[in-house]
Design a protein around this ligand. Structure first.
Ligand code: SF4
Length: 327
């Protein structure tokens, strides 16, 4: 089994904090570690005060490793259950259908990795060599990396605190040998947590093209999307656009469309307009999407006549227009 580093930052790997970092922790690796107001009363204060400070040397290794990747896109959602990983899988299939492109998909949902199943490679494992960890290849031009490939079996639970999760994210960015890629799609867990902060910090010099935000039409999902957008602004991540998923239902028998999750405040399109962001499209719910994901097959190949397939391909075209505008 491949070992995972036990540190999220430049903290020496043999350093153990006495307690989990509290909510407003500035980061044990930061200049203010052990000195900020949040450190008063924290059990780690003494350890953090004595840790070496300064820039994380791994960031330059990550920047170097990712320099052969043309476009890096984060896939974000405010809320869980909006179909973010499903959309990432379809985006991967769609981009890889252009055989001139080399695509990588990185699953950063450490506690709930679902992308390998959706891409039909959940039983694979990681191979390492002198040049790093090799991605698992689904086709000649589509590779992926996920913690799923490191688990003893597919039902094993990951119960990790922030530091260990972030250590793995750093290894994924630093050690995976993607070779030359046109796109690296980074599927993140819902919300704005350790994983998001880590990936944006570690990739700060690598040039993230931006974030694609997935939502559903209901206000309860849009509320969390607003927080995600705020996170992107604070982290200086450009928002490439918003996609509304599960926008209506396509009957697989008659092909007719109806609304299941009715937008009460205008849905993703209205939100995009309100915030001055691009709305990249609305993808209807089609039960065959779930079925294709369960069997690890491309919905786009299996049901090219579905309205959902057209909608997904339109979103992918719009995304490519934005991302490749300056190529
Ligand atoms: S003492 Fe360390 S762990 Fe505790 S809040 Fe400060 S930086 Fe964070």
């Amino acid at each position: 089994m491949i070992a995972v580093e036990n540190s999220n930052t430049s903290i020496p790997s043999n350093t153990q904090l006495k307690a989990p970092e509290p909510e407003h922790c500035p980061g044990p690796e930061s200049e203010n570690a052990g000195k900020s107001d949040s450190c008063n009363g924290c059990a780690n204060k003494e350890i953090c005060e004595s840790l070496p400070k300064g820039p994380d040397p791994d960031i330059s290794l990550i920047t170097d490793r990712l320099s052969s990747i043309k476009h890096k896109v984060l896939i974000l959602s405010g809320k869980g259950g909006v179909g973010k990983s499903t959309f990432t899988s379809m985006l991967s299939w769609a981009l890889a259908s252009d055989l001139n492109l080399e695509i990588g998909a990185m699953d950063l949902d450490i506690c709930g990795p679902s992308l390998p199943k959706m891409l039909g490679c959940e039983k694979e494992s990681i191979h390492s060599s002198n040049s790093g960890w090799s991605p698992v290849y689904i086709s000649d031009n589509l590779g992926m990396m996920s913690i799923q490939f490191m688990l003893p079996d597919e039902d094993s639970a990951i119960i990790w605190r922030g530091a260990k999760k972030n250590g793995l994210i750093k290894q994924f960015l630093k050690d995976v040998n993607w070779g030359k890629l046109d796109y690296l799609l980074i599927d993140t867990p819902p919300g704005t947590s350790d994983e998001h902060l880590s990936v944006t910090t570690y990739m700060k010099d690598s040039g993230i093209d931006g974030a694609l935000i997935i939502t559903t039409p209901q206000e309860v999902a849009l509320l969390d999307v607003r927080k995600e957008i705020d996170f992107c602004k604070k982290a200086n991540i450009k928002i490439l656009g918003i996609v509304e998923n599960m926008s209506g239902f396509v009957c697989p028998n008659c092909g007719g469309e109806s609304k299941i999750f009715k937008p009460t405040t205008g849905g993703g399109e209205k939100l995009a307009e309100e915030l001055g962001l691009k709305f990249l499209g609305a993808v209807p719910l089609d039960p065959r999407i779930g079925k294709s994901c369960d069997s690890g097959e491309s919905f786009l190949d299996l049901h090219p006549d579905s309205p959902a397939c057209d909608a997904i391909l339109d979103v992918v075209d719009s995304l490519r227009d934005i991302v490749e505008a300056n190529d």
